[in-house]
Structure formats: structure tokens, C-alpha cells
Design a protein around this ligand. Structure first.
Ligand code: CA
Length: 236
């Protein structure tokens, strides 16, 4: 699927060869010679990207960008003849995604266009970083240091034990089947006996000081799997 580009540029000596070259690169290009015509064309075509000249005969390209930003998230690359740093900064502060300084080469422009389109196509980065610590009751797990503690005691877990405890704690209160645990911690295509799971659960219980006949943290659900205690069970 080709990307639609609106090029707003008043100089035919620039816009004509540029439009032809971009069409040759596979873009679907529409050209406007004034800021006002450009805004109309963008409203009509809803392009994937806008190439916007700064020096236009009617509206300053920066005002076009500002107007556009108030109503659209379409990526904008400013085409500027002015090489002064202040103009560049102003262009980006207006909400432009990038800029190229005239005279620019096609290869440079197309590379920037593809980079901007790639960024625009990605989902927004999550605002909050993923959690790096987990706590259920007095058991605490830190993913940055691969360590786990119960109260003040370091549990000194082996890697698989840590991964198993992490998975159980992430799902605290919910039963995870033996198969789920094997697949997540050992092998996504695991099929076969689950003895190693019992060995690791036993080790975890021992390190947690859990009594296997009346466990407080890791509960056995017969015929199904295991469940880490819900926070409210450990609150008392
Ligand atoms: Ca111009």
C-alpha cells in the first residue's frame, strides 16, 4: 500500500521534479502551491505525511504547521531554505516531526520520510515503565536485581526458581496449570512429564519457609497446578 503525501511548495521548479521523484519512489503525491490550498488538500486527502515549505506566498509555512497541528496528528516534514538554527528549532517546536534544509538530496529526504512514517505507524510508547518489583504479602521480588526476599531474608533463588516465583506472584490468587507453568518457565513447546516443576516448587517452598502440608504461599491445586496466595490471604 502506497503512502499518500501532500507537498506544499510554491516553486514549480522544486515541486514538479520533487513530486515526480517521490512518485517514482512509490508515494502517491498531491501538490499545493499555497498554504491555504495545502490545508484544503490535507483535509480532502487525509495524507500519511505532509512536506511543508516554510516560505509560501500567502501563509507562512510555520503558521500552516501550527494550524494543521491544532486539528491533525499527520506527520510533517518542513522544507526550509533557512539554515539558521533558530528557524529549525522553531519548526520543531511548532510540532513538525522533522525538517530538511534546501537544497536537499532525494535520498536524504526519502530516508527521513520513511523514518517519520515508521515512527508514526508505531503505537505510542507506554507512559509508565513496566513494573520492576512485585510484592505479595511479605514476599518481594525485584526484576532489576533478579532477587527475591521474604521479609528481610534473601531467598537466594536459582534462575528457574525466580522465574517460577515471578509467574506465580504475577498471577497471585489464580491457579496456573502445570502445563502453563512448564510452558512459560521452561519451554513454550513443552510436552511431557512435569517432575521438574515439583522439584522447583519444593525448593521454593523450602526457601520461603512454607510447610508443604499446610502451605501459606504456594498452594497445590490437585489435578490442576499451583496457586500463589492472594494478597488478602497473606494480609492477616
Ligand atoms: Ca517557497
Amino acid at each position: 500500500m502506497s503512502h499518500t503525501v501532500v507537498l506544499i511548495e510554491d516553486e514549480p521548479s522544486i515541486s514538479e521534479p520533487l513530486a515526480a521523484a517521490l512518485a517514482g519512489e512509490g508515494f502517491d503525491v498531491a501538490v499545493a502551491g499555497t498554504g491555504r490550498a495545502g490545508l484544503d488538500l490535507i483535509a480532502q486527502r487525509e495524507p500519511d505525511l505532509v512536506l511543508l515549505d516554510v516560505m509560501l506566498p500567502d501563509i507562512d509555512g510555520r503558521d500552516v504547521c501550527r494550524t494543521l497541528r491544532a486539528r491533525s496528528d499527520v506527520p510533517v516534514i518542513m522544507l526550509t531554505a533557512r539554515g539558521r538554527e533558530t528557524d529549525r528549532v522553531v519548526g520543531l517546536e511548532l510540532g513538525a516531526d522533522d525538517y530538511v534544509v534546501k537544497p536537499f538530496g532525494m535520498a536524504e529526504l526519502v530516508a527521513r520520510m520513511r523514518a517519520v512514517l515508521r515512527r508514526a505507524g508505531q503505537p505510542a510508547a507506554p507512559v509508565e515503565p513496566p513494573a520492576t518489583t512485585l510484592q505479595v504479602g511479605d514476599v518481594r521480588l525485584d526484576e532489576r536485581t533478579w532477587s527475591a526476599t521474604r521479609g528481610d531474608t534473601d531467598l537466594e533463588l536459582a534462575r528457574r526458581e525466580f522465574e517460577l516465583l515471578r509467574l506465580l506472584m504475577r498471577n497471585a490468587g489464580t491457579v496456573l496449570s502445570r502445563e502453563q507453568l512448564m510452558e512459560e518457565v521452561w519451554d513454550p513447546n513443552w510436552f511431557g512429564p512435569t517432575k521438574t516443576l515439583d522439584v522447583h516448587v519444593s525448593a521454593l517452598r523450602r526457601k520461603l519457609g512454607d510447610d508443604p502440608t499446610a502451605p501459606r504461599y504456594i498452594h497445590t491445586v490437585r489435578g490442576v497446578g499451583f496457586r500463589f496466595a492472594a494478597p488478602e490471604e497473606l494480609a492477616g
